[in-house]
Each structure stands twice: as C-alpha cells, then as structure tokens.
Design a protein around this ligand. Structure first.
Ligand code: NAD
Ligand code: SER
Length: 318
C-alpha cells in the first residue's frame, strides 16, 4: 500500500481507517471519496477529498490516475436495517458500486479491500462457531448483496488475478462517527443513552447474541490483511473475524458495573429483530488467526470501559 483510495470514507468505519492510514502513509497519500461532506470536517481539510459516487466510473478513474492509486478500500455501502427500507437502492449501491470498483481495480492493477459481514449468513447457517465455509442463505437484501459481493471478489481474483481481500465484519463498535443504519447499532446507542439518560430503550431482545468488534481492532485487521503475504491467503472473498459475542442483557450488565442506576428496557423493532435472529451467535475466526495473524485486543469488559471513557469525555466537552 502506497497511494490509497477509500470510498465511503466519512462513514463509521471509513473515518477511522482514514485517520489510521493517514498517520502511517501521510495525509497526501490517502485519498478520500464520499457522497457527503457534512461530517468529519477535519478529514476533509487534512488531505485529498472528493465528493463522488462510487458508481461514477469516470470520476473514480480520474482520481485513481491523478493520485497514482495502487490500493482501494471500498467501504461505500447501505447497511442492513437501512437496506430493508429500499431494497433496490441497497442493491444498486452495494452491487453496482462494487462492480464499478472491481473493474477499476482490474484496469489499474490496484489491490482491493472490501468488507463482507455477518449479514452474509442466514437462518440455515450453523449458529455457533459458524465455520469459514458454510451455508450462506441470508434473508436481508444487505446479506444478499454481501454474498454476491464475496462471489464477485472470488471471480475477479480467479479470472483476472485482481488482488481482492476482505473480512466478514461483525457489528463494529466506535465513538468517532455515528453508525449508518445497521442491526448492531444498538451496541453503540446504548452508551450515549446510558451516559445522558441512564436508560436505554433497546430494539433487540435481551438474549439475542451477535458477534461484535471494537473499532481499533477492526482497523488493525484491515491493515494486517492488506499487508499479509498473499501466498498465505486461502480465501479471497472474506475471512470470518470476531472478538466478542454478547446479548443486550450482557452489555447492559457490563455498563451497570460503571453506572449502577442504568436500566435497559425493550421495545422490539421487528425488522431489526428478524435480521438479528437470522445471524450467527458466534463466528469461528480460526482461519484469519492462522493465515494472517488476526488477533483482536478488546473483549466486552475492555471495550465497555473504553467506550464509556471516550464518550463521557466527548459529551462533557460538547
Ligand atoms: P456507514 O453507513 O457508516 O458509511 C458508509 C459511507 O458510504 C457513508 O459515509 C455514505 O455517505 C457513503 N456512501 C453511501 N453511498 C455511497 C456512494 N454511492 N458513493 C460513495 N459513498 C457512498 O457504513 P460503515 O459502517 O462505515 O460500513 C462500511 C463498510 O463496512 C460497508 O461495506 C459495511 O457493509 C461494512 N460493515 C460494517 C459493519 C458495521 O458494523 N459498521 C459491519 C459489517 C460490515
Ligand atoms: N453492523 C452491520 C449491520 O448491522 C453488520 O454488517 O448492518
């Protein structure tokens, strides 16, 4: 990685990857693209930024040529809960966006990271220790686009030798940029409500388990996978990765250790609950650990401590 382009760069994950990569490779060498510019102003000021749709082939090619891009981190996407509001739009962005970027990666010989998700699994997938290679019959439009995206990455690697790499991210927990409309967003919202109101109305049932990952571990995973020896990678679509599996009841109990008055109540969102019920409880990420040294640092206890610390500082300075 020398000259890197990030699409969807102002989103929850993109903003954190942009910061980390600019710290390593310099501001000028990490070029950001998004369809909005109303958030994360510092990132826009600090280095190259373009408003562009990832489906706009000509504009993205111009940017790739101008900055001599060799690596694309393609993050522009519509997430699971938002996808259910307008499935054709989710398909358009997630699939036509990815195929545009894959074609550009092929033409300009770029390496490409693009994430899949726990959303690529469905109710017929084994729920516990979900294997790397297993049944993938998701029921959400988001999941359908993620499975198709995994297959496209395999196809471009096998047919054109494009250096595609990816992971199946679990729910990402972070505090810099708000989440973009996922089923796992509750695990972020709960911290703001706990600190502001000492009460959270949770849209997911108390005992629904999902995999989660703290943002610094997610960013490190992207960097490690992109720097991994290609000969060691057996999968070119997406590696299972996780760091913790918990339910709303468990995260609430962990928060109560710091804020004893905190209470959680439940008002179930049927769309999010249906999606959550179809996802695994806990992935098996042993292939990522063995093949490229994936090794997350944060468990539930450490993550809750850090989130409360960081968000309380932000709220008190706001
Ligand atoms: P996000 O919604 O926070 O950010 C997506 C960004 O893409 C936004 O800034 C949005 O403005 C931009 N965007 C949307 N359409 C675009 C287009 N047509 N052209 C250019 N930019 C566009 O999402 P995120 O959480 O940062 O997710 C990034 C990637 O990681 C996605 O592929 C997502 O599926 C995947 N992922 C995220 C999570 C998670 O928990 N956040 C979990 C699994 C996988
Ligand atoms: N966190 C994401 C979502 O809920 C998982 O891909 O959509």
């Amino acid at each position: 990685m020398k000259n890197i382009l990030i699409t969807g760069a102002l989103g929850q994950l993109g903003s954190e990857i942009a910061l980390a990569l600019r710290a390593i490779y310099s501001n000028q060498n990490v070029v950001l693209v998004d369809i909005r510019n109303d958030i994360n102003k510092q990132l826009i000021i600090d280095g190259p930024f373009y408003i562009s749709d990832c489906r706009d082939r000509e504009k993205i090619i111009q940017i790739v040529k101008k900055h001599n891009i060799d690596t694309i981190i393609h993050l522009a996407a519509i997430l699971s809960a938002r996808g259910e509001m307008d499935p054709p739009h989710a398909w358009d962005i997630n699939i036509n966006g990815l195929t545009t970027i894959l074609e550009i990666a092929k033409e300009f010989n770029c390496s490409l990271f693009t994430p899949s998700s726990i959303g690529a699994f469905g109710s017929s997938t084994p729920k516990d220790n979900t294997p790397q290679v297993t049944i993938q019959r998701p029921s959400s439009i988001y999941g359908i686009t993620k499975v198709a995206g995994e297959l496209l990455c395999d196809y471009y690697y096998n047919k054109y030798n494009v250096d595609t790499r990816g992971v199946r991210f679990p729910g990402l927990i972070s505090y810099l940029t708000p989440p973009g409309g996922g089923t796992t967003d509750y695990a972020i919202e709960i911290f703001y409500e706990a600190l502001r109101n000492k009460r959270y109305v949770c849209p997911i049932q108390a005992d629904t388990y999902m995999d989660m990952l703290y943002i610094s571990d997610a960013v490190q995973a992207v960097i490690d996978l992109m720097n991994a020896d290609p000969n060691k990678l057996k999968h070119r679509n997406a590696y299972n990765i996780t760091a913790m599996s918990f339910s709303p009841r468990m995260i609430a109990n962990e928060i109560k250790k710091h804020i004893p008055e905190f209470e959680i109540v439940y008002e179930i969102d049927p769309v999010k609950q249906r999606i959550a019920d179809s996802w695994p409880n806990k992935l098996d990420d042993s292939e990522a650990r063995e093949q490229w040294g994936y090794n997350p640092v944060y468990d539930l206890e450490k993550m809750v401590y850090d989130m409360l610390d960081k968000i309380s500082r932000r709220l008190c300075c706001a």
